[in-house]
Design a binder for this molecule. Structure first.
Ligand code: ACO
Length: 327
């Protein structure tokens, strides 16, 4: 057989995950706001969420997940090229959470920056890392999604405070010369529509006087857009790679709502066992949700070497995107 030409790809070599020890069930939430386990499960599929303790900041959790990813890949921190952190809940406006993590890991030669794209942040981060690796700017990039949404929730608003949780997930991507059929990121597709900014946002921030900011969401509006926009991102990924949904071994979707996950799975015609679901355990961890789901699927063997994974996410902005990844 003729040898295939080699090209540079961003290959996933390690994953990591961190979830705070504190777990709040729907019954626990019902003690804080007027809600019930039945309502939350029926509308969202969520049964519990993790909430961070005071020391568990975005940087702390991101560093724990990042350290695991480096260890699994066998890459010493001093050899790391860059840290990209997707977060909407950074410890501070600056220094960037990525730079705090760089110091915690001892990744002395890495540069780092944060990226803000709400729940789509991790997919955006993969796309930026992919471009940097294929351009030869660096040989390795740690992409981390880390969030403490419990700190921006309005516990007077039962329509939003029951939906979110805290956590961090990380992947290490390394530049490798591979054949066309080999591993790595095959494509990423990013989208945004700022005209929909007011259906999901934080009503304040460190730059605003006396306004720390809480999450505000018009859930029905977000829901209305979510399935169609995500299906579009997924179809663009398949079309660009001359693939069909039947070629996908595993869909790794953003974990906002089981009904949205099922809606996208159904549009693709994928059976339930080919869709990774963690929303019942983690709730919506925003930028951490896709890497947490990915780390779990790799850990339990569903996402094995050679498998083709389709990642997708949608969040505040609106922003959304997809990534095709062969392990
Ligand atoms: N417990 C009990 N009842 C509640 C609760 C609650 N926690 N929250 C709302 N209700 C009530 C409402 O008051 C309303 O009552 P009413 O009919 O008497 O007025 C009723 O339940 C229905 O409320 P809706 O808001 O219309 O409920 P809906 O079916 O739309 O479900 C939900 C709400 C779960 C938020 C849904 O719209 C959703 O999942 N949206 C998408 C969210 C999403 O995907 N976000 C992704 C991005 S997140 C990011 O980027 C940060």
């Amino acid at each position: 057989m003729a040898e295939q030409p080699l090209s540079t790809r961003a290959v996933l070599t390690g994953t990591g995950a961190y979830l705070p020890a504190q777990v709040l069930t729907n019954e626990d939430m019902a003690k804080r706001v007027d809600t019930s386990d039945e309502w939350i499960v029926e509308r969202t599929g969520i049964k519990q969420r993790h909430f961070a303790a005071p020391h568990e900041t975005a940087a702390f959790m991101g560093a724990e997940a990042g350290r695991q990813a480096l260890e699994k890949a066998g890459l010493p921190p001093e050899a790391l090229g860059a840290v990209i952190v997707a977060t909407s809940t950074p410890d501070q406006s600056f220094p960037a959470t990525a730079v705090r993590i760089q110091a915690m890991l001892g990744a002395k030669k890495a540069f780092g920056f944060d990226l803000s794209a709400a729940c789509s942040g991790f997919v955006y981060g993969l796309s930026v890392a992919d471009a940097m690796l294929r351009a030869g700017q660096v040989k390795s990039v740690l992409v981390i999604g880390t969030e403490v949404f419990s700190r921006i929730l309005n516990f007077e608003d039962r329509t939003t405070c029951v939906l979110f949780g805290d956590g961090a997930g990380a992947v290490l991507l390394e530049a490798r010369e591979v054949e066309k059929s080999g591993p790595g990121l095959l494509s990423t597709h990013l989208y945004a529509d700022g005209s929909l900014g007011d259906i999901l946002y934080v009503d304040g921030g460190t730059g605003q006087k006396d306004k720390p900011g809480h999450l505000v969401m018009h859930g029905r509006e977000v829901f209305r857009h979510a399935v169609n926009l995500l299906a579009g991102a997924v179809n663009d990924a398949l079309a660009e790679n001359n693939l069909t949904a039947a070629d996908i071994d595993l869909l790794v979707p953003h974990q906002a709502n089981k009904r949205i996950i099922d809606g996208v799975g159904k549009k693709l015609g994928l059976p339930a066992e080919r869709v990774v679901v963690t929303v019942h355990k983690h709730a919506n961890t925003s930028a951490a949700s896709v890497p947490l789901a990915l780390a779990e699927a790799i850990q339990d063997g569903r996402a094995a070497p050679g498998k083709l994974l389709l990642l997708e996410a949608l969040g505040g902005g609106l922003t959304w995107g997809s990534a095709l990844l062969r392990l």
